[in-house]
Design a protein around this ligand. Structure first.
Ligand SMILES: *Cc1c(COP(=O)(O)O)cnc(C)c1O
Length: 808
């Protein structure tokens, strides 16, 4: 491609698509035209990639996930195809503002947070490493809700991201499959074998929409297949309803389509609604049917299935892939149980994402059985055989067997099914994998030690550095060459420039410019003027008690109290930046958002503190907003209660953009500390061992903290005594959680240590040469947190897949 050719093709494409000349174009028409051109170009590579995969017959992996938090795709695709510069120049000649066109694309927000974004980074790395790997998910009509702040409170609005269509997807109606719910299972005999006949079920049509996932400046184009629920023509034939029963027919259609209507907005919390279970089965049944159809069509033998196909389940949400694969092999392919079981367990691998008990999925047996009668029978049989083995091993230790059973106390325990029915179980950071082995899944580790392993999460440096922070990327290339663009471990070369004051001056200037840009965004969105010379101290992530936005807020209140007492207090000016969504039904998290706004109101307009403190909340945190904040951040708040954050990935995005982590020894923070060394990170608070010991043995009293530390007493009292400009008792629930519910997340216990950590940040920042050296050190060591490293480990350690070279 070159500029002249691009211009010509663009004008032609515009006219054929819109039947008018470019002079009359609306920005949306221009966006659609560019999108269609990029898609056409990728299509050729896409077809070629699939042909290469078929011809070479190498093993492929399918990543099953209920969430893919992709963000925008157009600029990404331009960069990956190496078209960005050409389009920019061509558009300049056509007087089209590319930035404006790019901003028209809605975020594909089909995920809640870290788990969904991880799936998106993994697709990016698979294609960029030329690995044959594809995503399978749900095409939610409404993605993660849009957050509006009204009077300091979160309000949720639907996210109609498909309103103007989606240029990237291709509907594949001919590849639709049927998914069955409800009904009964009748047993019959055939050739001396028991067969299972599923009858009187409801049928839902699963229609795939495929999007191309192009690799970074290579020829690989993998597939993200998202399923949409529709009624079958047969079912929606009005004659099958009582004649004239129009209303019921419409209601039925609506009910079926509801399966792919919305993404459940709960993070780290299991949603017990039956529609969620329907979504989960819909995803795995449709995906498995299509994988097996295709596999057989290309002549594959099912006995070789697990040598040719790997299936990975992102958390337990798609765990029904295990009994569904068993069902297909046994009921439809006439395979015996033992062989089906061998193939299934060798095909499927599982990632655990959390140890929070409220997030562990379990479904009431009666509900599960009536929705999925045949799947239930298979789960029951898996459980019988597993427990039988346990019984032989542990004799009559019923307590232990009960703790491991898949069916127990009236529930189907999804994580137990995942461990038993897969060949690999991984945690997402070293400490998390250790806690799984030693505590949460210790019994399972005893039975299946060979299944357990660690795969520390990562992020794609292409979106989170190359795309979002182009000036830093250019400086890196100017300094160490361009090898790092394809191999992020090369970033370590920056360590040779740690003491190079010219280089550090440029690092400073880039960060300062990024801060100026963010300051303008903040003023546009909130009206708040922040000082670009202040420290940008950032906590952006889902709002959740375990992530402890409250700890951050208590510290801000303490700083404010000190400044009111002594406006000349020797601290550097700070801007505290927050963003994040609360689950709509999570009252405490919503009140935390209200508290951030209440403090912002109070502090930002108090001139007595001489602008030393500003508090900002940016609404509607999503991938695109994240891309604007990370490049401007200086302090990365990673302050979860130790043991609670399985890995975190936000921590890695900050580090890669030169921010210093202020964090607990939790999740991947520990590995960040190992990478950069103690002097290049600020650590505080209880360790995971200490936290877990308190949970086991008791001995923590929040009231002791209240009585022993006058700062805590003052601040907590301010939450409820009218000091804050809010309704009376507005923050009573937050106060009660910290005191009367004995501070489940050790906010008060870690307060003093957190205050000290902030003093340390203040000191370090006061020495710019030292701060910049730390910043460079963090960027230099961020290569190991690339999702390319993570995906290479999955590919060789779990999936056993190799790169497939796709030619021009
Ligand atoms: C990275 C990311 C997350 C995860 O952040 P954590 O700090 O690891 O919880 C959530 N949401 C978005 C939009 C992200 O980009």
């Amino acid at each position: 491609m070159n500029k002249v050719l691009f211009k010509q093709l663009f004008l032609e494409k515009f006219e054929t698509m819109h039947g008018q000349t470019i002079e009359e174009a609306s920005p949306m028409d221009l966006y659609m035209t560019l999108g269609a051109m990029i898609r056409d170009f990728m299509s050729r590579k896409w077809i070629h990639t699939n042909q290469t995969y078929v011809n070479q017959g190498k093993k492929q992996v399918y990543y099953f996930s209920m969430e893919f938090l992709l963000g925008k795709m157009m600029e990404r695709n331009l960069l990956y195809l190496d078209w960005k510069k050409i389009v920019l120049e061509a558009f300049e000649e056509l007087s089209i503002d590319l930035e404006m066109i790019l901003s028209l694309e809605p975020d594909a927000g089909l995920g809640n947070g870290g788990l969904g974004r991880l799936a998106a980074c993994f697709l990016d790395s698979l294609a960029s490493l030329q690995l044959p790997g594809h995503g399978c998910g749900i095409r939610y009509k409404y993605g993660f809700f849009d957050q509006k702040i009204v009077d300091g409170y979160q309000v949720e609005l639907p996210d109609p991201w498909l309103k103007h269509g989606n240029v990237w997807e291709i509907r594949k109606a001919d590849k639709a499959v049927e998914v069955r719910f409800g009904g009964v299972v009748r047993l019959d005999q055939h050739d001396n074998k028991t067969i299972f006949i599923h009858e009187n079920y409801d049928t839902v049509l699963a229609v795939p929409y495929d999007s191309p996932i192009v690799g970074f400046q290579n020829n690989t184009v993998n597939t993200l297949r998202l399923w949409s629920a529709e009624t079958t023509m047969r079912d929606f034939d009005f004659s099958t309803f009582n004649r004239g029963d129009y209303l019921n027919a419409v209601k039925y259609k609506h009910e079926v389509e509801s399966i792919s209507q919305i993404l459940y907005p709960d993070d780290q919390h299991q949603e017990g609604r039956i529609l969620r279970l329907k979504q989960q089965y819909f995803l795995v049944s449709a995906s498995l049917q299509s994988i097996i159809h295709r596999y057989k069509r290309k002549g594959g033998s099912l006995h070789e299935f697990s040598n040719k196909i790997a299936i990975h389940i992102n958390d337990t949400h798609p765990v029904l892939a295990i009994p569904e694969l068993m069902r297909i092999l046994i009921d439809e392919e006439d395979m015996g149980w033992d062989q089906a079981w061998q193939l299934t367990t060798q095909t499927i691998s599982y990632t655990n994402h959390t140890i929070l008990p409220e997030a562990l999925e379990k479904w009431p047996i009666d509900l599960f059985q009536s929705l999925l009668p045949r799947i239930y029978m298979i789960v029951h049989e898996i459980n019988e055989r597993f427990c039988h083995g346990l019984w032989q091993r542990y004799l009559n230790n019923w307590e232990k067997i009960g703790q491991m059973a898949i069916l127990a106390d009236g529930y189907v325990h999804m994580a137990h099914l995942a461990v038993v029915g897969s060949h690999s179980v991984n945690g997402v950071a070293e400490i998390h994998s250790e806690i799984l082995k030693k505590q949460v899944m210790a019994h399972f580790y005893e039975v299946f030690p060979y299944k357990f392993n660690n795969k520390t999460n990562g992020i794609t440096p292409r979106r989170w550095l190359i795309k979002s922070n182009p000036s830093l990327s250019q400086l890196i290339t100017d300094t160490i060459g361009s090898a790092w663009l394809h191999d992020s471990s090369e970033l370590i070369q920056l360590m040779n420039h740690e003491e190079d004051s010219y280089f550090k001056q440029q690092i400073f200037t880039i960060k300062h410019n990024n801060k100026l840009t963010l300051s303008r965004i903040i003023e546009d969105k909130t009206g708040i003027k922040v000082d670009p010379n202040s420290i940008f101290d950032v906590q952006i992530k889902r709002i959740h008690a375990y992530k402890r936005q409250m700890l951050n807020l208590l510290h801000i209140m303490d700083l404010y109290n000190q400044l009111r007492e002594n406006p000349d207090l020797d601290i550097l000016p700070r801007t505290f930046i927050f963003a994040g969504k609360s689950a709509p039904s999570y009252y405490q998290a919503k009140q935390t958002i209200k508290l951030i706004h209440t403090l912002a109101d109070l502090i930002n307009k108090d001139s007595s503190i001489k602008d030393k403190l500003k508090v900002v909340f940016l609404e509607n945190y999503n991938v695109s907003l994240a891309e604007k904040i990370f490049p401007a951040a200086e302090v990365s708040e990673q302050i979860s209660t130790a043991s609670k954050e399985a890995s975190g990935t936000g921590n890695m995005k900050f580090m890669m953009n030169g921010a210093i982590t202020l964090g607990t020894l939790d999740g991947a923070n520990i590995e960040i500390k190992d990478a950069v060394g103690e002097e290049n990170i600020v650590i505080f608070g209880l360790t995971a061992h200490e936290v877990l010991a308190y949970y086991r043995n008791g001995g923590y009293s929040a009231w002791d903290m209240f009585h022993q530390d006058s700062r805590i007493k003052t601040i907590l009292t301010q939450l409820i005594n009218g000091f804050l400009p809010a309704a009376q008792d507005e923050f009573r629930s937050l106060y009660d959680a910290l005191l009367y519910q004995n501070d489940e997340y050790f906010v008060l216990k870690d307060f003093s240590s957190y205050v000290d950590a902030h003093r340390r940040i203040n000191q370090l920042y006061g020495n710019p040469q030292q701060w910049l050296r730390m910043s460079v050190c963090n960027i230099a060591h961020s290569g190991r947190f690339s999702s390319d490293r993570t995906i290479s480990e999955y590919a060789s350690g779990i999936w056993q897949i190799d790169p497939v070279y796709v030619g021009e």
